[in-house]
Design a protein around this ligand. Structure first.
Ligand code: ADP
Length: 626
């Protein structure tokens, strides 16, 4: 993560290079929502207060242990300062250097690396979505002062100071009480942030769910109760949305939410949100899960890793259970039987909500699917117990869906022919290339639907599911599929013999490159096709295996030829008249190479190019003769 330690000269330090980048973006862009700096500072203060509250449970002997846990905001108009003070956990010198001089989120750093192409405004907008953090204060302040004293007994009072350029200083300062006091010297053109009414409305909009009192010029701002412990009938959609925005430090609405109040097997309340956007697709790895665990309104595990399975890491919210001990450690959370029960319950509710959205609010579900389909698929692979239920949330394009339309297993089964025994699928890198797959021809001709798998993870999902509602999945490239091709010209005995002779010839020149050669009953437009031996892995799957293990060798395939295709007829003729023809051999070899080429696993280009040139020369000579 770049330089992990800030460079130091006496008490002057340099910001980590990523911080410099971030500051540069924040300070010089014309971000529309500068007021979010206050939300970020209050959110940090709340975190710091939560930490003190939690520490006090096990260790009451901390610095200034009798202080009220609260946030005080004041305005010093004369000196152009906005002051945010908390009685939270405070910071030691080491904390200041590590937390304020560097970016802890690997996500933010990744984002900065990847985002060099984005315009500044777009960047801030995105940064805003995953929390701009403390540094956003430099959007409105020309200088920031942090006075702080750690909760550890005998800590020194410190002053951190920076103009948001490349460096900051840390010095000892006159004694203060435990906690952190942030003074912002407000820029001349941001004077609105020195107006009490403006500050009040920002707090009311962004921070009214604070569990700790927030006082502005000594008056307490009315706060809202912990909404998760209120009865659902008291709450409107607006309340849930506001709480989400506060909780996630975001200006975006959630896609959906659920409020759970359970009495058995464990008594707990929970609100879970399904977000609208996914930052993982910007290359921003989620640093932690987003669920906070409370015991009777006391935060006991922020970003709890064990309350929800990893594949649902995009879900945001809180869980509060009186049945959990307050002084629970990370290890004991992992093995706590009640946590395990809550987790099971949450997973069930989450899947129920996904299914509800899919059937009742399809457009919203579609957006969720486009953002988080990978998470759902991971769930199918990892969660054996819920695999079947989750399979109902999957969406597919198929040989019968229109552009931008999707189908699912249930619809697929509803449209199956009476004689159809299996759910057919094909995989490929995108729809366009799948559509050119010769294996599809017979399915289209017979009006049998085929599901298109375009995400590399899809085949693993199918491997794990194996079937839907007792109907097995079948790759259309399997050699043992018997869809009847409408009869064309009947082969008379003589021509069947010629055909079989030609097949014998192909066997000699293909050698052990293929498993066997057969007369195809499925090809309509293409001369030939490569198929998987019955129930063997697909080429897509084998490519993945090859990627993971260089030694892996592709399995041998079944080569089928289309006896009704003009090219094949020509070749059978040539073979009958001149089995030693050099061109017959070249064209026959090229037939196979074309198929391998199409599958994207070809590696013998030099020989092939030479051969094609020869074939082209012959063709050109013939055309020239006419
Ligand atoms: P984030 O809050 O997302 O981690 P910030 O840049 O806002 O990112 O803050 C960085 C870190 O600085 C925090 O994680 C916390 O450890 C520390 N910090 C910030 N504000 C305070 C505060 N008021 N009291 C104690 N620690 C704080």
């Amino acid at each position: 993560m770049g330089e992990s330690k800030s460079k130091k000269t006496n008490n002057k330090y340099e910001f980590q290079s990523e911080v410099k980048q971030l500051l540069n973006i924040l300070v010089y862009s014309l971000y529309k929502h500068k007021e979010v700096f206050l939300r970020e500072l209050i959110s940090n203060a709340i975190d710091a207060l939560n930490k003190v509250k939690f520490t006090q449970l096990t260790d009451p002997d901390i610095e200034d242990s009798n202080l009220e846990l609260e946030i005080n905001i004041s305005i010093d108009k004369k000196n152009k300062k906005l002051i945010i003070e908390d009685t939270g956990i405070g910071m030691s010198k080491k904390d200041l250097v590590n937390n304020i001089g560097t970016i802890a989120h690997s996500g933010a750093v990744n984002f900065l690396k990847k985002s060099s192409k984005l315009a500044k405004d777009e960047k801030v907008d995105l940064i805003g979505k995953f929390g701009v953090g403390f540094y956003s204060s430099f959007m409105v302040a020309e200088e920031v002062f942090i006075y702080t004293k750690s909760h550890k007994k005998g800590s020194k009072s410190l002053l951190w100071k920076s103009k948001g350029d490349n460096s900051f200083t840390i010095d000892k300062t006159d004694n203060i009480t435990r906690g952190t006091r942030i003074e912002l010297l407000i820029k001349n053109d941001e004077k609105e942030f020195l107006e009490k009414s403006r500050i009040q409305s920002i707090i009311e909009t962004h921070s009214k769910f604070s569990q700790f009192p927030i006082k502005l010029e000594n008056e307490e701002i009315k706060s809202a109760d912990a909404i998760w412990s209120q009865p659902k009938s008291n709450l409107k959609k607006k309340d849930y949305v506001e709480f989400y925005k506060f909780f996630e430090n975001t200006s975006e609405d959630p896609e959906s939410y659920i409020h759970i109040s359970s009495d058995a097997p464990v008594q707990f309340n929970s609100i879970l949100y399904f977000p609208k956007s996914n930052f993982e697709i910007y290359g921003i790895a989620k640093k932690d899960p987003n669920i906070d665990l409370y015991s009777n309104k006391i935060l006991i595990d922020k970003n709890s890793k064990d309350i929800i399975p990893e594949h649902f890491r995009f879900i945001v919210g809180i869980v509060d259970s009186m049945e959990l001990p307050l002084n629970i450690s990370r290890e004991s959370i992992q093995s706590n039987i009640k946590i395990e029960k809550i987790r099971k319950y949450l997973v069930k509710k989450i899947i129920d909500e996904l299914l509800r959205m899919k059937s009742k609010q399809y457009d919203q579900y579609l957006n969720l699917w486009k953002n988080f389909d990978r998470n759902i698929k991971e769930g199918i692979i990892n969660d054996f117990d819920n695999r079947k239920k989750l399979s109902n949330t999957l969406l597919f394009t198929s040989s019968k869906t229109e552009k931008d339309e999707f189908t699912d297993f249930e619809k697929y089964k509803g449209g199956m022919k009476d004689s159809q025994k299996e759910i057919y699928y094909v995989s490929g890198s995108d729809i366009a290339s799948i559509e050119k797959n010769p294996s599809l021809e017979i399915f289209k001709k017979n009006d049998v639907e085929v599901l298109y798998l375009t995400d590399p993870i899809d085949e693993f999902v199918f491997e794990h599911l194996r079937e839907y509602d007792e109907t097995k999945f079948k790759l259309i490239e399997s050699s043992d599929i018997n869809l009847e091709k409408p009869a064309e010209s009947d082969q008379d005995e003589g021509s069947l013999k010629d055909l079989n002779n030609f097949i014998g010839y192909l066997k000699t020149i293909y050698g052990d490159k293929i498993e066997k050669i057969e007369i195809s009953k499925r090809l309509i437009k293409s001369p030939c096709i490569l198929l998987n031996p019955a129930d063997g892995p697909s080429v897509q799957m084998e490519k993945v295996m090859k990627m993971m293990n260089k030694e892996y060798s592709f399995s041998k395939r079944v080569f089928e030829i289309n006896p009704d295709h003009k090219l094949i007829n020509q070749l059978v003729n040539i073979h009958k008249n001149d089995p030693a023809s050099d061109y017959l051999k070249k064209i026959s070899l090229q037939l196979l190479d074309n198929l391998i080429l199409r599958e994207g696993v070809f590696d013998n280009f030099d020989e092939m190019v030479e051969r094609i040139n020869d074939i082209m020369l012959k063709a050109a000579e013939n055309i020239g003769k006419k």
